[in-house]
Write a protein that binds this ligand. Structure first.
Ligand code: COA
Length: 331
């Protein structure tokens, strides 16, 4: 019997309507469009502003799109995983809430937190449930409402992050398409450079933690930049070597959209020309777990059956990794 792999068979995505441009940020902090564009590649981000709306609402929008495209109902989903660091509540999980809102009554579900690497970690996890034959339809989502934990008085972080994400449907494939290989890594000693200081069990919320603005993202940008460039480039070239892929064999790189300079460095190490490097950072900024599914959503139309895609990421933890995926359909 041939090996069962997990192929992506449908995609959905969602970004909120409200745009936060570099010019808007100039009014909030001491920054300017030229600085942000040249240092990061970002021009604008989307912000989920409606009161009462949370990460699960964005998940629901994108999963409904994916179900419509595939012509199936929510009742057919076996498992739904949401990669996120901004769930609606600490518990129950965003995935549980999303399944309720979707009417996915036959699915079990859970969240996975690996910051910007969340989607790749969730994709690998979901793929394993397909490969064992246990499940036939697994939905993997990557979504964050970063505006919920960003301090819009801190110019080091507020220029980078935005809200949004996407979802993919995984189904069994016996023709060699889908998730073919992965290299995933964590190093928790990197937590001091990128984290949220309060709100967890280490420092439960108090008036003091709120006054000290400790519920927002804290980042030492320069250090994170250094680790991100080296590790993302290393792991991406490593997965190419492991699978005997030359730069000609790679159709596209889908890299975590954290900073254009980090992506360019990774592409250079992989010896990829610019047309093979997919980018939408200028429009959405860094949506954390959302960036790679948003690339799938935006660029789906140009994918062809058999395309070799390299996914690459780096994020808080530290977490990082790369996945080699063979695209399964003509879009
Ligand atoms: N606007 C204008 N000036 C700014 C600024 C802003 N938003 N933020 C910082 N500056 C200033 C600094 O104060 C500093 O001024 P100084 O030289 O007078 O001290 C100067 O610009 C350079 O700051 P620095 O932090 O060295 O800039 P950088 O080139 O490292 O860029 C980041 C900052 C955050 C864009 C960059 O470090 C980065 O992208 N890091 C990785 C972030 C990331 O990817 N995080 C997600 C993890 S997946």
């Amino acid at each position: 019997m041939s090996r069962i792999t997990a192929a992506i068979t449908a995609i959905g995505g969602y970004v909120p309507e409200t745009r936060l441009t570099n010019y808007d940020l100039e009014k909030l902090v001491d920054t300017n469009d030229e600085w942000i564009t040249s240092r990061t590649g970002i021009k604008e981000r989307r912000i989920l502003r409606e009161p009462g709306k949370a990460t699960s609402d964005m998940v629901v929008e994108s999963v409904n799109e994916l179900l419509r495209k595939r012509g199936i109902s929510a009742m057919e989903i076996d498992l739904l995983i949401v990669a996120t660091i901004t769930p609606d509540l600490i518990f129950p999980s965003c995935a549980n809430i999303a399944c309720d809102k979707l009417g996915a009554k036959n699915a079990w579900s859970f969240d996975l937190a690996a910051a910007c690497s969340g989607f790749l970690f969730a994709l690998e996890t979901g793929a394993k449930f397909i490969e064992t034959g246990k499940h036939k339809k697994v939905v993997v989502c990557g979504f964050d409402k970063m505006s919920a934990i960003i301090d819009y008085t801190d110019r080091n972080t507020c220029i980078i992050f935005g809200d949004g994400g996407g979802a993919v449907l995984l189904e069994p494939n016996e023709e060699g398409y889908g998730v073919l290989d992965s290299i995933l890594k964590t190093d928790g000693s990197g937590r001091e450079f990128l984290h949220q200081k309060a709100g967890g069990s280490l420092k439960p919320p108090t008036h003091e933690t709120v006054d000290a603005r400790e519920h927002y993202v804290y980042q030492e940008g320069k250090t994170v930049f250094k680790f991100a460039t080296t590790n993302m480039a290393d792991v991406s070239t490593m997965i190419m070597e492991k699978n005997n892929l030359s730069s000609e064999d790679v159709t596209y790189l889908l890299a975590h959209q954290a900073n254009k300079r980090i992506i360019d460095y990774t592409a250079e190490k992989m010896q990829l020309p610019p047309e093979k490097v997919l980018m939408n950072i200028q429009r959405y900024g860094n949506t954390t777990s959302g960036t790679i599914p948003l690339l799938f959503w935006d660029f789906e139309k140009q994918f062809k059956k058999g395309d070799n895609l390299i996914l690459a990421t780096f994020g808080g933890g530290f977490t990082w990794g790369s996945i080699y995926l063979k695209w399964a359909y003509d879009s």
